[in-house]
Design a protein around this ligand. Structure first.
Ligand code: RRO
Length: 310
């Protein structure tokens, strides 16, 4: 029961994984993901030092999704490097993802220098799109800064690197960002992070405490935005740059549609938060049923092959 996939020379037994941020801050949570039907896991975005994050309550679900203003709580880079070394030792053939970022540009270089110097052999995801750190804009909405960061990172970083992008909503922004990304030897882009700074109201009141209730929106309500971003970058990026599709995955059809739009791996956030790791087995089963009905043997039979009307 698995639908294999690959990103470059990295093979995954199944095309499903968690979205960074959900059930992946502590080693016990990573172990549960490791034992699940998911093909791999990604860590919570790590900073150089541990962070507590924003005041609680900071994550809530609602009928059509979730809102979070977690504020980058994490155990710090050394914790994740050690945890990943342990998982890697137990399963040498499995590839894992490490997510990182920092709040100051110079520290982004510092954390990636530390990852470069470490024994980590998997894929590294630079999160350019955290919407919830007070006073810090989402980096990838600033094209010049994104370009400058990637330029300097690739002057020293030799491991396989991907970036996590925020959603874009205009073709000119897809064009501009794709032009920047195409200039670098990226392994992949992950579309999308939560839709930043939404507001969920219940009984005349916001539902999370930080930032007067503003937070990143995930889940069912962002699927169309996620699919559009996956496909827009699939259309524009060099074929060597793979895409991980994240956003709005609630059932097997959603996974199928992400792959149809061009995704090689599919991330699951809100559904994992709501249902736990068991969701990976049911999503896989539902995806396999759709593939069987359509006569597709592998994801390469339909990946990126979205049909247009003209
Ligand atoms: O921790 C968070 O508040 C957070 C992060 Br780093 C992110 O990338 N996306 C998100 O929705 N929340």
């Amino acid at each position: 029961m698995a639908v294999p996939s690959q990103i470059h020379h990295f093979h995954f037994s199944n095309c499903l994984m968690n979205a960074s941020g959900v059930s992946c801050e502590r080693k016990e949570e990573l172990a549960a993901l490791d034992d699940s039907a998911a093909g791999t896991f990604i860590t919570k975005t790590a900073t150089l030092e541990a962070r507590e994050g924003n005041p609680q309550p900071r994550v809530e679900t609602f009928a059509l999704g979730s809102i979070n203003s977690s504020g980058l709580p994490n155990q710090g880079l050394p914790y994740y490097l050690q945890a990943l070394a342990d998982f890697q030792a137990a399963k040498p053939d499995k590839t894992y993802f490490l997510s990182v970022t920092e709040l100051e540009e110079e520290k982004i270089y510092k954390i990636l220098e530390e990852v470069e110097a470490s024994d980590f052999k998997g894929l590294v995801e630079l999160n350019l799109s955290c919407p919830n750190v007070i006073g810090k804009p989402q980096i990838a909405y600033d094209f010049e800064t994104t370009d400058r960061i990637l330029k300097r990172v690739f002057s020293f970083f030799t491991k396989s690197l991907g970036v996590k992008l925020p959603p874009f909503f205009d073709p000119s922004h897809f064009d501009q960002m794709a032009d920047i990304l195409n200039a670098y030897p990226l392994a992949y882009v992950n579309c999308i992070n939560s839709v930043g700074n939404g507001l969920v109201i219940h009984d005349e009141q916001v539902v999370i405490k930080p930032k007067q209730g503003f937070g990143g929106i995930g889940g069912e309500t962002i699927k169309e935005t996620a699919l559009a971003n996956v496909h827009a970058f699939y259309q524009r990026l060099r074929p060597e740059i793979a895409i991980i599709g994240t956003g709005g995955v609630c059932d097997g059809r959603d996974v199928f549609e992400h792959i149809l739009c061009g995704a090689s791996m599919v991330g699951v956030g809100t559904t994992l938060y709501e249902e736990g790791e068991g969701c990976f087995a049911s999503l896989t089963e539902e995806l396999e049923a759709i593939m069987k009905e359509k006569g597709y043997q592998s994801i390469e039979d339909f990946r990126g092959k979205l049909k247009y009307m003209d």
